[in-house]
Design a protein around this ligand. Structure first.
Ligand code: ATP
Ligand code: MG
Length: 437
């Protein structure tokens, strides 16, 4: 077979995965999602560490809610589908840290004109017509209704018949109550509206969000929230007020098992239509190095393909992987991670050493334990001293300073204990210095 130059982006991606064909594993979470979608009441909460695959799962939930069961078929889970699965009109909104609190969030939702994911596209208005269209290509499989025509530009909410000036909560209620009935007259029947809120954790003032969601949820409106957190309380401060709403829909996204990470390479080979081959031992090693974070596996896969291109081969063997690892060690492989690394260490070899020692600490607890991923200053003290780092405590502040990351955060309950804010960065640090110590 003759060599063919391949685009690394075809097989691998660092984007959130919307296309079910690219989405690997997570069978247990898919099952939980189906159950959660099928209960008429209740809030769905998707949480887990940074970069573990939460948004991608949430996009798959959106697809399922829309009645696209490709993912379920692909995973061989069709038998789990109930006779009739509830169908939803879906809204997907990514929160940001400028949203101050509950009112602000609802106001954003009421003004979101996004053509694929926004609430306003579903709200009836004289000047606006909706049209169903089926999507085939990647990126849009999860979504299926789009505004075909806007009367005017459709920017200001007050234009809508049901908007109540100065009262966003009531406006939201009016909007959502109109959605199902109105759209069902035009499209096939759906049961409810699903409002998915990604990056929910960044909202500043979390007080009252739980009770707001509870009061807005109904047979016709369901919420799904997604964000970084080890448990529900880190996502919703007043989680007690959502109480039983959450019983069914609590979805904790764990790091991927190695077998699933390996699947990413099967999918890539498929996307390249068999034009590239990853040797078994390479895939195993990458799965190990990525520590359950699919983002890192995707990055390494991409880097392997571009190095193979440079070598004029379509076979990714250990030699190619070693090239990639060499590039990581010298900081040339992944510019974003390298920038974060340099900013954190601030030209101090000693700080780099401390960071590496911390990253290399072994985990003692089980996978489901909340303390997973914690590191302890005391455990690295003697190795640091052996390596000539005497003033460990003076090196630390920069690592926990907002201005330089932070790459570590203090765990409040336990003295001298920290957590890497980004597990992918931790995996990178480990590789970055291999061989130097
Ligand atoms: N099931 C999956 N199969 C293959 N790749 C995945 C899967 N889930 C996530 N990824 C990949 O992992 C990376 C991170 O995914 P995603 O953005 O969904 O994670 P996240 O938990 O939402 O991250 P963040 O905490 O930064 O918001 C992306 O590169 C994505 O392509
Ligand atoms: Mg995300």
């Amino acid at each position: 077979m003759s060599f063919q130059f391949l685009d690394p982006e075809v097989g691998f991606t660092s984007q959130v995965i919307t296309d079910p064909h690219r989405f690997v594993g997570r069978a247990d979470l898919i099952k939980e999602s189906i159950d959660a979608l099928n209960s008429s009441l209740g809030l769905i909460a998707i949480y887990g560490k940074r970069g573990v695959g939460k948004s991608s799962l949430t996009r798959q939930i959106q697809a399922l809610a829309n009645g696209n069961y490709e993912l379920v078929r692909k995973a061989g889970l069709s038998h789990l589908l109930p006779q009739k699965l509830r169908k939803y009109y879906t809204v997907y909104y990514t929160c940001d840290s400028i949203i101050s609190g509950a009112q602000d969030l609802v106001s954003r939702l009421c003004n979101d004109t996004d053509e694929e994911d926004g609430l306003l596209r579903l709200v009836p208005d004289q000047g606006k017509q909706l049209a169903e269209f089926s999507r085939s290509a990647e990126s849009s499989l999860g979504l299926d209704i789009k505004v075909a025509k806007w009367g005017a530009k459709g920017q200001e909410a007050s234009k809508y018949a049901n908007a109540v000036p100065g009262d966003v909560i009531q406006t939201f209620r009016n909007f959502t109550s109109a959605v199902v009935e109105y759209n069902n007259r035009i499209f096939s029947k759906r049961d409810s509206v699903l409002i998915l809120l990604d990056e929910f954790d960044v909202i500043k003032d979390k007080q009252g969000l739980g009770s707001l969601i509870k009061s807005l949820s109904s047979d016709k409106v369901k919420f799904g929230i997604c964000g970084i957190g080890q448990d529900l309380s880190s996502l919703i401060a007043d989680h007690a007020s959502v109480g039983r709403l959450i019983e069914q829909g609590s979805i904790f996204v764990k790091p991927m098992p190695e077998s699933e990470t390996r699947e990413i390479f099967k999918v890539a080979e498929h996307l390249y239509k068999g034009k590239v081959k990853f040797e078994e031992s390479v895939v195993k090693k990458i799965a190990l190095l990525s520590e359950g974070y699919p983002y890192f596996a995707q990055l390494l896969g991409k880097a392997c393909v571009s190095n193979a291109n440079a070598r004029g081969t379509n076979l990714v063997d250990n030699e190619i992987l070693n090239l990639v690892i060499e590039n990581i060690k010298s900081g040339r492989a992944f510019p974003n991670l390298e920038t974060a690394y340099q900013r954190a260490i601030g030209q101090s070899e000693e700080r780099a050493l401390l960071l590496t020692l911390l990253a290399e600490q072994a985990d003692e607890c089980a996978e489901y334990d909340a303390s997973l991923g914690r590191v302890f200053l005391s455990r690295s003290r003697s190795s640091a001293q052996e390596l000539g780092v005497d003033y460990m405590d003076q090196l630390l502040p920069r690592l926990i300073d907002d201005r330089y990351g932070p790459v570590l955060v203090k765990v409040p309950e336990t003295r001298g204990s920290y957590e890497f804010t980004d597990p992918v960065f931790r995996a990178y640090v480990k590789l970055r210095h291999i061989g130097r110590i």
